[in-house]
Unconditional design. Structure first.
Length: 266
């Protein structure tokens, strides 16, 4: 099992817990939410393991636990986690609730609605600008240097073939727990999304095999005046150059923007 498998399991357990909670199965919801956090921490630990490296024995022993506090310590997240707790009282409260979970809860009956709901809030939900435990620190996949480079390269190549790119950016989607590469173009409205996707597909197909590129399935083409782009344009305008600016933990007109990496918005 690798990091991607553990990230997938985290999202599955979160979805399952939501179904159970909505159907008043509070014990099962509570149990699976704790396992979601455990899988998320272990995904972070898996990121530390390099191929062909022989793992440290103490690290291996520490990993094989369900204790969330111990997993936090070996995940590599503890310094960031501590800073966030000191800075953000809501985050500190969330962690105080989450850390009390134990795998022994599978034998527990009598978990009430308030306990299960509070636990899910601590693990999953965003409140104003406070991004919750799992999506903020544990489960959220990082925007890698390769992804950043691939986004800039695709934007440049679309410019080269005359495809009008009014906006290009990476955007984190909290509901799916993943990143989308968003391209805004007036061609989506005038020529249709199928035509626009075909242009992007054609550019991708001509890129060298050794060039980092974004899978078409991870790309969304939108009209240049769609809601997200219009919202961002109200606070950011880069001009026509390909830039690179991170836009994190912001709220625009009441809409939370968890994370974005912007190359262009005109």
């Amino acid at each position: 099992m690798n990091r991607a498998d553990l990230q997938t399991l985290t999202r599955i357990r979160l979805r399952e817990a939501r179904v159970l909670l909505n159907n008043q199965h509070y014990e099962g919801a509570y149990y699976l939410l704790g396992y979601a956090v455990e899988c998320a921490f272990k995904a972070c630990i898996a990121r530390q393991t390099r191929r062909f490296d022989f793992p440290d024995r103490k690290l291996v022993n520490d990993i094989y636990t369900h204790d969330l506090d111990r997993l936090l310590k070996v995940s590599g997240l503890e310094p960031e986690h501590r800073r966030e707790r000191n800075r953000n009282p809501t985050f500190e409260l969330n962690w105080t609730i989450v850390k009390d979970w134990s795998e022994q809860s599978r034998y527990t009956s009598g978990v009430d609605r308030a306990t299960a709901t509070d636990f899910r809030t601590a693990v999953c939900e965003s409140q104003k600008r406070n991004i919750a435990m799992v999506t903020e620190v544990v489960v959220k996949p990082s925007l890698s240097d390769e992804m950043v480079s691939a986004g800039a390269e695709l934007t440049r190549r679309l410019d080269d073939v005359g495809f009008v790119v009014s906006a290009s950016l990476w955007f984190f989607m909290p509901e799916t727990g993943g990143w989308r590469f968003v391209i805004g173009s007036p061609a989506v409205k005038t020529r249709g999304p199928r035509w626009a996707y075909k242009q992007v597909q054609s550019v991708l197909s001509r890129m060298p095999k050794n060039q980092a590129k974004i899978p078409l399935k991870d790309i969304t083409v939108q009209d240049a005046n769609d809601d997200l782009i219009r919202l961002l344009r109200g606070v950011i305008k880069t001009g026509s150059k390909i830039t690179g600016s991170r836009f994190t933990k912001n709220v625009i007109n009441g809409t939370p923007i968890e994370d974005a990496y912007i190359y262009r918005i005109t």
